[in-house]
Structures are given as C-alpha cells and as structure tokens.
Design a protein around this ligand. Sequence first.
Ligand code: G6P
Length: 610
Amino acid sequence: MCGIVGAVSERDVQGILLEGLRRLEYRGYDSAGMAVINNEPRIQRAREVGKVAALADAIARHPASGTLGIAHTRWATHGEPSQVNAHPHMSGERLAMVHNGIIENYQELRDQLRGEGFEFTSQTDTEVVAHLIGKYFRETGKLYDAVKAAIAHLRGAYALAVVHADEPDHMVVCREGSPLVVGVGIGENFIASDQLALLPVTDRFMFLEEGDIADIRKGSVTIHDRSGAPVERAVTRFEHGTDSADKGEYRHYMLKEIYEQPKVIKATTEGRITDSKVLEQALGTDAANLLENVRHVQIIACGTSYHAGMVARYWIEELAGVPCSVEVASEFRYRKHVIQPDTLFLCISQSGETADTLAALRQAKKAGFRAAMAICNVAGSSLVRESDLVIMTQAGPEIGVASTKAFTTQLTALLMFSLALARHNGLSEEREADIVRAIHQVPGQVNDVLALNSEIEEMSKAFMDKNHSLFLGRGSQYPVAMEGALKLKEISYIHAEAYPAGELKHGPLALVDSEMPVVTVAPNNELVEKLKSNLEEVRARGGELFVFADRAADVKAEAGLHVMQLPSVHEITAPIVYTVPLQLLSYHVAVLKGTDVDQPRNLAKSVTVE
Ligand code: G6P
C-alpha cells in the first residue's frame, strides 16, 4: 500500500504533490512526507506523523519550493508510524526516494550495506533501497544506471520514485508488483500510484508494465522494459467523466458513495442487458467462447470483494448449475490445489491491484486453468491487464476505505455473469427474463432503502455503547450478513461476527444476552420461516434483535424485536438491496461514535502488499 506521487515541471510542484497526497490518502495515512529539489540545487525534505494535513501545515510554515519533487503517504509495514520511518528516505544529503511495496530481502541487504559503512536511521525496508541506489550512484555517477543496478538485487514488490540533487532535471521511477502510472502533461510530467492523484493536473496517463523503468523529465518520458529494450506505453485518457475525489454536499465519502449506488448499479448494467436478457457480447467479445465449456468456477478475492464472491456462488450454482468454489486469495495462494478440468478462474477486486489476488491469479495461470476472468473497477489495473475476460464495474472512484458502491456493483456484474453462464447450461428464457426484469428494478429499490436513512440512524443509537454484535443470515443473505459485520467492525470498531442463522445454536447462542445486539437480514424467501425460529431462539435468551425484513415476510415488531420493513424484492436480487441498510447502519454507528469514517484506523483501501 502507501501512495506515491512525483512531479517535474517548470512551476513549483509543492501544491501538486500535496493535492496528490490528499487524493492518495485512502492508500495509507499514518505519516506523510515530501522531498523537493530547490534551485541551489539541494533537497529539502519534510516528514510528519499523521495525515497529509499535518504535512501541509509543516510545509506552510517552511515552504519547500522547487520544480522537481516526490512525496509519499504511508501505511506502515516495516517500523512503526514515526517521523524517522516516514518517506522520503535519503542516502546522504543528495538522494531521496519514495517507495510503495515490500522488499522481502531487506534484512540481508541491510546487513550487507551496514558492513560497507552505510548508516540507517529508520526501521524501514525502503531506506535499504535508498542506500543501495546511493551505493551504485557512487559507482556509476548516473541516477538511471544506479536505479537499474540496485533493483536487480531486490526481491519483493515495489514502485519507486528517486531524485538526486546532482541531476535536478529528472526523476527515475520503476515498478515491479506495485502500481505506478505516469501522468502526461504539457511541459511537465508526473507519476503516482493511482491516476486519481493527478486528475487536477492531467487526464492523460501511461500505465507502466511490470519491470519497467522510466526516466521522467519535463519534456519527455523514456521507458525501458525489464530486458533493457526501449518501449512505448500507450497514452490513455482518464475513463470516469466526473472527478469523484470530491465529497460534494456529503459529510463523508462513504455516505456519498452509499447514495451513489442507484446510479452506479444502473451504469453497470447499461449496454449489458435488454428488457429480458443479458447481452453476452457486452461482457467481452470472446465471452461466448470462454463460457461455453466451463465446468467449474473458482472465485478468488479479498475483503469485501470476497463477500461478493460468496454471494455469486449461490447464483452460479442455482442458476447455472455449475459448481463454484470461493476462497480468500491469501489462503489460496499458499496451498496445493486440486485443479478441476475446464475451471474458470474469476478474480474480484475493486482496485485490481490487491497483491494477494494478483499473486493467486498468476499462480493459477501457471497451473493451467481454462480462462482468467476479472470483475474490477479500475481500468488499466494489473488485474484487468492480466485477465482474458473482464467485466468492469462502473462504480467510479471509491474513496471511503470501507467499500460500499464497489460491492453492490460487483454483485450486479456477478449476477449478469451468472446469467450468461447459466444460458450455456440450460437456463430457460423465461427465468432469465424474470431475473433481468428484477435487475432493472434494483436501482429503484435501493432508492427506497435510502429513504429509510433517518429510521436507520435512529436504530443505530442502540449500538453506540455496545462492544459486540452478531449478524445472521441464511442462504445468499449469509454473505450479506458477513459484509454487514465487516462494515461495522471496520468503521465503528465494534466487534461484529456473522453467522449462518442455522449455526446459532451450535455456539454463538452462548454469547447472547442484552449486551449483544443481533442483526438479521430476512428477505421473503423460502428460508424465512426457518429464520423466524432462529429469531425466537435469540429473544428467549434476552437478546435484542434488529431485523431487516421484506414487508411481505410478516415479521412483527415486539419488545426486544426491532423491525425495519424493506421493499419487496426478487429473491435473486435481494442480496444487492439488503446490503444497503447494513451500510447505513454501520455508517451512523460510526458517526455517533466519532470515529474516522472514511479512513478508519489501521486500514487502507488498496492493499498492494502481502
Ligand atoms: C482492503 C480494503 C477493502 C477491500 C479489500 C480488497 O482491505 O480496505 O475494502 O475489500 O482490500 O480490495 P480489492 O481492491 O481487491 O477489492
């Protein structure tokens, strides 16, 4: 994780770097720093613990003007959040660098460099790289050659940006396993971990490929690939029309993103479904061919995206009759798998840069799955570039660390995919038409749920002083309960656990008392009667229940049983709609508790390290 940004221009770059960091704060925010080369030329460095605002204050007090600079916002991996561990790191007084990623062999390199007389001031793996480049700069006298020589010794994942006061007209950047994009300007050029950081200065981007090393100057960008051959990388324009890195009228990005859901769910379906069917071609020109003989689907993802995969398993097995396995990427990548013939390998990732998910995909490719498919929200991300078939969600940039609109658009994409796959496996036209009609209704139903905002806000007061909570669901609502519990723990820091409702009596019931609120999602499907008995089990133990139920499910409020009536929804699309009240519940609990809703402690949006 961590975010890096750099600029080389004719104008002062401080403001550009600070704004870039603000936009990258979702990647980490425990400390931030900047190094700018002034006209002496000399490196001026500022580093502060805490958010980018603290760095901005420090720079306002001691401006560091210059036309070449690099900056960093950190999510600590090696060494606690502190000023000495904050980036940029330096080797001597004239070389500075920022790094996103993890250097696995840093300890051995550190020992070696210490033996050669280099002194370390931090506990980071990054300072090792700075000194290694410093060492080769002494030998080669050229920054580009020094970076190239140094990275040959690195194991792990990194995106680096390096400047040297002896060469004040350029920076050298490279990537291996961590994202890096070049922003192309007129008479100025930029780099960043994410194009979002550079939208105020450009909308034209070049995505570096793994192993690329680039020399970035005011008037030129020169790229070489891993083998040392000069390469051109295509310039693309930024995809999303609006600049969503702006909170608008909302108090938090998370709330804004919750409210954007009707619009982005609709955008995700646009051009991909008619009134009555999924347009398979719109899922990818080769979709028909790739889906034809799929006999098994293996889904891989992390965090919220993993929950989307768990919902999709119900759809794939129910509609397509194709067996589906779902696993978190960090587990999958470290075990031996039994590969079934004709398996479609499906990665779900909002960012398309999650290190574990990418590693799992790369392993899977070696092991020989039938095809790799991605559900992703970021065009040009590593996941998109490395997959055979891609369905882009149209959520737009998601800034809140707790994922909301990315999740519901992932579900929407996964449902369309499940229908396309099902058509190859005997799904009737009538059933497809029935479900597609239900998909068309989802944006309106989500709007109806959003209209319950103030009632949900009222309900959230009951959670404010609680330390624990249980979330229950059955069938495809079990992953919805998991996602609800994840949201609550992420942003309110209340311990929340999800259980399949039928498992309640096999353990968690022992925890139930008046201090343990129990949240349940109860759409009106065939399992609702069974769910009602589970609710009785909780009430009989004095537990307080909060039930989100379909109006038609006939769950009535009583003492200890709070019911929020939701619109009647189709059983298949219910997981999408039922997610939304749980997002609002977590949001309001967090606001009441006064936590940092958009940037909860210890977390980061995009986890590009293992
Ligand atoms: C982090 C984020 C989560 C996200 C997960 C997977 O943990 O905080 O919100 O669900 O990464 O990210 P991805 O980009 O692969 O969906």
